[in-house]
Design a protein around this ligand. Structure first.
Ligand code: NAD
Length: 493
């Protein structure tokens, strides 16, 4: 721009209003079928005793596709295919099994755009998250476990550890492809075969994964995918020919599954709910901490089991942290998940939106002070504004129950002892965060917090090499890392 232009251009330099132009992600990379069957024994098959339902785009409420609700006979057929495949899959040379996993990982990378768009359409999460987090991390899980396939003898689980058999895997809707990868990759690397049931509101990326299995020439029956809701999951978990149950979902359903399989010889891993404390000390790097708080609870609309949903702030910096936090939140953009500038997408379902709305109303009714982002809400779809509650007491419902939405409860503490006591005052124990510049304090807090993962000066970091799992009502067993392998292996007889 020439200097003379500068003088004549009418720009308000005192309070410029910047607005992003729309940056929509093209969706023609995905090819969604009008209806889907079940993926059993390497093929698409029609249901024997099930029915059909539809999955919606939560940002528009439009139907994306019809899919099958598998009945007990379908589940039986899938388990039997997995059992037959187990005989040969478990006897393959470990490096050959690893080769299949590498192939799957590379195909996910090659088809990353397709997976990311489909995930955002079916789940409502912003495309920048499915593109930069969900899909690359899913591929990383397959790469990581591909490497383990021929090194299991050195995993510290005894010489010549053996696969368990057929794994029944049930996953939730918040990270559909990523949760699939967390489950399928270690099971296959260890020589097991699987029957996976995705969540009823997000079946599409699992069904696309079936296509990846075919593209990778995975032997038929090694991965089987049965869609449906709780009844399908219950039939799968209870099936007598299943050796291992791996469940990720709510604590209520996790307890029901634990009761259901009690007394059987099925091995079980439960990855359940959480109510994590994110603890900010007065010496923390404040800008970094505020960004970490935002990432901790507003990433993926707060639909994150390990979300930092309880912010514990040292009392003398409470006002500063809350001011900076609400300033920062005011820059977030809520809207079309397929827009590359969107920070907050749609809530996954009407039922989840109801739950978030009700719990937030309870927060106000019990005396907490509510702040929410001022922003336009699209006419259709399921949306909830990022919300912060201050003046929250430990006894308040919003300080105790998992909301699983973009809602933060702020509490205060004075001393490290009080922070630990408040952080641990929950039936859950999945994750926690600590923000301080003192290394010694980080180590002390990490040792005293009853949480499976403790992040220091960061939050929501996921890495396939690192075990993830809970204490108390957040479940048992670990996924990821060397520890995660032990959930799919038994010592040689
Ligand atoms: P959910 O428990 O309602 O459903 C999870 C899955 O279980 C779905 O596929 C569902 O169809 C199936 N299911 C429902 N009833 C069943 C039954 N009786 N038997 C077998 N399967 C059944 O949970 P959700 O609402 O889909 O997911 C949100 C929950 O998942 C939150 O509590 C969240 O914290 C938790 N979660 C935990 C982790 C973790 O790693 N700990 C990760 C993601 C989500």
């Amino acid at each position: 721009m020439a200097p003379s232009d500068v003088a004549t251009t009418p720009v308000d330099l005192v309070s410029p209003t910047w607005e992003y132009a729309p940056a929509p992600q093209a969706i023609d990379v995905v090819d969604i079928a009008s209806s889907y069957g079940l993926f059993i024994d390497g093929d698409w098959v029609d249901t024997i005793d099930g029915s059909e339902t539809a999955t919606l785009n939560p940002a528009t409420e439009e139907e994306l596709a019809h899919y099958t609700v598998a009945g007990p006979a379908d589940v039986d057929r899938a388990v039997s295919a997995a059992r037959t495949a187990f005989n040969s899959w478990s006897r393959l040379t470990p490096s050959t099994r690893g080769g299949y996993l590498y192939r799957i990982a590379r195909i996910i990378q090659e088809r990353a755009r397709e997976f990311a768009v489909l995930e955002s359409l079916d789940n409502g999460k912003p495309i920048k998250e499915s593109r930069d987090v969900d899909v690359p991390t899913a591929a990383a899980h397959f790469f990581y476990h591909a490497g383990w396939a021929d090194k299991l003898d050195w995993a510290g689980l005894g010489p010549d550890p053996r696969p368990l058999g057929v794994a029944a895997q049930v996953i939730p809707w918040n990270f559909p492809l990523l949760m699939l990868a967390w489950k399928v990759a270690p099971a296959l690397a260890c020589g097991n075969t699987v029957v996976l049931k995705p969540a009823e509101t997000t079946p599409l990326t699992a069904l696309l994964f079936a296509d990846v299995c075919r593209q990778a020439d995975l032997p038929p029956g090694v991965v089987n995918i049965v869609t449906g809701a709780g009844d399908t999951g219950a039939a799968l978990v209870a099936h007598p020919d299943v050796d291992k149950v791996a469940f990720t979902g709510s604590t209520g359903v996790g307890k029901a599954i634990a009761r259901q399989v009690a007394g059987s010889d099925k091995r079980v891993t439960l990855e359940l709910g959480g109510k994590a404390a994110n603890i900010v000390f007065d010496d923390a790097a404040m800008d970094q901490a505020v960004d970490g708080i935002v990432n901790g609870i507003f990433f993926n609309q707060g639909h994150v089991c390990c979300a930092g949903s309880r912010l514990l702030v040292q009392e003398n910096v409470h006002d500063e942290v809350v001011d900076r936090l609400t300033d920062r939140l005011s820059t977030l953009r809520l809207g079309d998940p397929l827009d590359k500038n969107t920070d907050i997408g749609a809530v996954n379902s009407a039922a989840q939106l109801d739950r978030i709305t009700q719990l937030s109303a309870t927060g106000e009714a019990e005396g907490a002070r509510r702040w929410e982002l001022e922003c336009a809400i699209p006419t259709n779809g399921f949306w909830f504004r990022p919300t912060v509650f201050t003046e929250v007491e430990p006894s308040h419902t919003i300080a105790r129950e998992e909301i699983f939405g973009p809602v933060l409860s702020v509490l205060t503490f004075r001393t490290p002892d009080e922070a630990v006591a408040k952080a641990n005052n929950t039936p859950y124990g999945l994750s926690a965060g600590v923000w301080t510049e003192k290394g010694s304090r980080i180590l002390e807090m990490a040792a005293r917090l009853r949480a499976g993962v403790v992040w220091a000066n960061t939050f929501n970091r996921f890495d396939p090499t690192s075990p993830f799992g809970g204490y108390k009502e957040s479940g048992y067993g670990r996924e990821g890392g060397r520890h995660g392998l032990s959930a799919y292996l038994k010592p040689a007889a």
